[in-house]
Design a protein around this ligand. Structure first.
Ligand SMILES: *Cc1c(COP(=O)(O)O)cnc(C)c1O
Length: 361
């Protein structure tokens, strides 16, 4: 399973108390990785569940009651020449601080974020909870490659009144993941649901944004699609995002278009990296409004982007019963090139000329 919850044993925990952030690394129950692999599924699953339990955390809190929380998602990628590297964690650190500010929380310092993320991966790696590079991944452009997923998130302190969190916790957990989307067709449908509204929280990685995402994605899956696409809340005309990823259209004219940032679009780090890499290749990239009609009529290729999604082609897009198929349902040349470039940099197959990787082990 792509997102099975098998957290590595070492977890980072911090809390903002008396004006400063406390810090601790918790060692949750574990054996050696090979001992765990030899356990029965039932016993292993009990052990893994125990790693996800924290008896000293308040159950009734501003997150469990009112959804006040935010998170980040980044990856430590096994490198071709050994070790692990994290892709652009400084960008996640900055976005995490922005998300916390957007939720009226004290901001977690960016330097602490970077140290917590790298140290958590490093400490788990030392215990043998890590991944090694597999040259077979190169055969399908890392479509089936594994990585250590890093999930920093906030948790509200105990409280029952509707209130902001002034003493939030910050956790960092890690878990191995494989590819998020399956290879093959990825047909998408335009959803009626509205992910983000002007003056809302669409521009930060707030947990509450994911309620609509989960509902819309589940509707799309039930209707036989792999993904859903959101339109803007006001005019119901312009494309905004995929279910939890940004979206790109490579037009017949050779222009690469992605919706411009505003307060309803999440500024993806993969999105920003693709824009930069495409411009380096001499592609005309526009961050602008793109209507559903223009996308369906003019796009030659379409793909979604994100840490989990990577660069995933959408083979078709359906709106109100009308379907536009991209590149005859095949992965387009431009999409494949972008995917190979970004994955190649991430896994150390291509040179990291921009200094995007932070090597940790
Ligand atoms: C996290 C996220 C993305 C992708 O951001 P990356 O930094 O590329 O992982 C896109 N859209 C939404 C709504 C997200 O939450």
């Amino acid at each position: 399973m792509a997102f099975a919850l098998n957290t590595y044993p070492i977890t980072y925990r911090s809390q903002f108390l008396d004006g400063k952030w406390s810090e601790e690394y918790l060692e949750k129950p574990h054996k050696t990785p090979s001992e765990e692999a030899a356990m029965s599924d039932e016993d292993r699953s009990k052990l893994e569940n125990s790693r996800n339990c924290y008896a000293d955390m308040p159950l009734v809190n501003y997150t469990s009651q009112y959804g006040l929380a935010c998170f980040e998602g980044l990856k430590a990628l096994p490198q071709k020449d050994g070790g692990l590297a994290i892709f652009r964690p400084d960008q996640n650190a900055a976005r995490f601080a922005r998300s916390m500010a957007g939720l009226g929380m004290p901001q977690f310092p960016e330097k602490m974020f970077l140290d917590a993320v790298t140290e958590t991966v490093k400490r788990n790696d030392k215990l043998g909870f890590t991944l090694k590079y597999n040259p077979d991944w190169e055969k399908d452009s890392y479509m089936t490659a594994d990585s250590v997923y890093i999930r920093p998130f906030t948790m509200g302190e105990g409280g029952i009144g509707v209130n902001l969190s002034s003493e939030p916790y910050v956790f960092v957990i890690t878990t191995p993941v494989s590819a998020y989307f399956k290879a093959g067709r990825s047909d998408a449908v335009v959803t009626d649901k509205i992910r983000a509204t002007p003056n809302g929280t669409g521009w930060i990685k707030a947990c509450s944004n994911y309620v609509i995402s989960a509902l819309a994605k589940s509707e799309a899956l039930k209707a036989g699609y792999m993904e859903c696409v959101y339109l803007d809340a006001t005019e119901r005309k312009y494309i905004e995002e995929g279910s939890s990823c940004n979206i790109f259209f490579y037009l017949k004219s050779g222009e690469l278009v992605t919706p411009e940032l505003g307060d309803t679009i999440l500024p993806g780090i993969t999105r920003a990296s693709i824009i930069e890499l495409a411009r380096d290749k001499g592609i005309k990239v526009s961050e602008r409004k793109i209507s559903i009609d223009e996308a369906m009529d003019e796009a030659k290729e379409c793909f979604v982007s994100g840490t989990a999604a990577g660069v995933t082609p959408l083979t078709s897009l359906t709106n109100k019963g009308k379907k536009a198929e991209f590149n005859n349902g095949e992965v387009g040349e431009f999409t494949a090139d972008m995917r190979d470039t970004i994955k190649g940099i991430q896994y150390g197959k291509l040179p990291d000329t921009k200094g995007w990787l932070v090597h940790i082990a």
